[in-house]
Design a protein around this ligand. Structure first.
Ligand SMILES: NC(=O)c1ccc[n+]([C@@H]2O[C@H](COP(=O)([O-])OP(=O)(O)OC[C@H]3O[C@@H](n4cnc5c(N)ncnc54)[C@H](OP(=O)(O)O)[C@@H]3O)[C@@H](O)[C@H]2O)c1
Length: 279
C-alpha cells in the first residue's frame, strides 16, 4: 500500500473518526479536522503522522487555514474525505428557510468550499482522490428527510460533474452512499428535528420519532468496516465513481434503480414524442 496524506472533515466522531483511525493504523499521514480540535486529539491522541486541526466547514477562513497548515506540514493532500455533515429531519412543512440554509451550509456549501480549497494542490500534484460522503438519501427520496435528501442529491450531482472536470489531472472522485451506519448520526447530539407542529401531519411526525430515532446506535452498518472499505477504495488505481456502503444501501439503491428503469420504460413512447424540429 502506498503511503498517502489524508485530509478528513468531521473527524471528531463517527465515520470521519474511524476513517482517520484506520488511515493512521495503516501508516498514512492524516490531517484530521473537527469543529473542536480538542475532541479530535482526545479521540486520536497525538503522533508525528497526525495533524489535528480546528475546522468548521461553514467557516471559510478556517478552511483556508487548515489547507495551508496541511500543505506546510505534509506538502500534499492525496485523499480528501468530505465527511462533515448532519441530518435535518422532519416534514417539509415543518422546516423553515433557516433550517434549509443551515443544512446546505454544512452538507453542501461546506463540502464545496473545502473541495475548492484542496483542488489546486491536487491539480499541481497531478493526482488525488476526493471522497464525498453522500447517502442512500442522495439517490432516493425519503419522507421526513427531504431537506437532508436535497443536500445529498446536491453532493451527488456535484461529484458526478466534478469527476468529469478533474479526471484529466489524474484526480478521482468517489461518492460514498452509506445506508444506516452505527454512529451518532441519529443521536440528538447530531440530527436536528423541527419544533413546528402541523396537526395534519401529526401521524407522520409521530412515525418519524418512533421509527428513525429508536434506531439510534442500533444501525446495522459498522463505521469501522466502512473506514476499512474507504481505505481499500483509496488504494485502487481506478476507484469507483459511486460506492454503496451496507446491505441496506444495496437494497435501497437497487429498488430506486428498478423504479427509474420501470418509469423510463413505461413512458418511453411519450418521452420520445417530445423530439421535433423548430417550426
Ligand atoms: N451514519 C449514517 O447512518 C450515515 C448514513 C449516510 C450518510 N452519512 C453521512 O456520513 C457523514 C458522517 O456522519 P456520521 O454518521 O459519522 O455522523 P456523526 O457521528 O454525527 O458525525 C458527524 C461528524 O460531522 C461533524 N460536523 C457536523 N457539522 C460540522 C461542521 N459544520 N464542520 C465540521 N464538522 C462538522 C461532527 O462534528 P462535531 O463532533 O463537532 O459535531 C462529527 O464529527 C455525514 O456526512 C452523514 O450525512 C451517515
Amino acid at each position: 500500500m502506498t503511503t498517502r496524506t489524508w485530509f478528513i472533515t468531521g473527524a471528531s466522531r463517527g465515520i470521519g473518526l474511524e476513517t482517520a483511525r484506520a488511515a493512521l493504523a495503516a501508516g498514512h499521514q492524516v490531517v484530521a479536522t473537527g469543529r473542536r480540535r480538542g475532541d479530535v486529539i482526545a479521540a486520536l491522541g497525538e503522533s508525528e503522522a497526525l495533524l489535528a486541526l480546528e475546522l468548521d466547514v461553514t467557516v471559510p477562513a478556517q478552511i483556508a487555514a487548515a489547507v495551508d497548515a496541511a500543505r506546510e506540514r505534509f506538502g500534499r493532500i492525496d485523499v480528501l474525505v468530505n465527511n462533515a455533515g448532519y441530518g435535518h429531519l422532519g416534514l417539509f412543512e415543518q422546516t423553515t428557510d433557516a433550517d434549509v440554509r443551515a443544512q446546505f451550509e454544512t452538507n453542501v456549501f461546506g463540502l464545496f468550499n473545502v473541495t475548492r480549497a484542496v483542488l489546486p494542490l491536487m491539480r499541481a500534484q497531478r493526482g488525488g482522490h476526493v471522497i464525498n460522503l453522500s447517502s442512500v438519501a442522495g439517490i432516493a427520496g425519503f419522507a421526513m428527510a427531504g431537506i437532508y435528501c436535497a443536500s445529498k442529491f446536491a453532493v451527488e450531482g456535484f461529484s458526478l460533474s466534478l469527476a468529469e472536470e478533474v479526471r484529466q489531472f489524474g484526480i478521482c472522485v468517489t461518492i460514498v452512499g452509506p445506508g444506516f451506519i452505527r454512529t451518532d448520526f441519529l443521536d440528538p447530539s447530531s440530527f436536528r428535528l423541527p419544533d413546528i407542529a402541523v396537526p395534519d401531519y401529526a401521524d407522520m411526525d409521530a412515525q418519524l420519532r418512533n421509527t428513525y430515532l429508536p434506531y439510534n446506535h442500533l444501525q446495522p452498518g459498522d463505521p469501522v468496516r466502512l473506514a476499512q472499505a474507504l481505505l481499500q477504495l483509496a488504494d485502487r488505481a481506478d476507484p469507483p465513481l459511486r460506492f454503496s456502503a451496507g446491505s441496506d444501501a444495496l437494497e435501497m439503491v437497487g429498488a430506486r434503480l428498478a423504479q427509474l428503469g420501470a418509469e423510463l420504460d413505461a413512458e418511453r413512447a411519450l418521452s420520445a414524442s417530445v423530439d421535433g424540429q423548430w417550426a
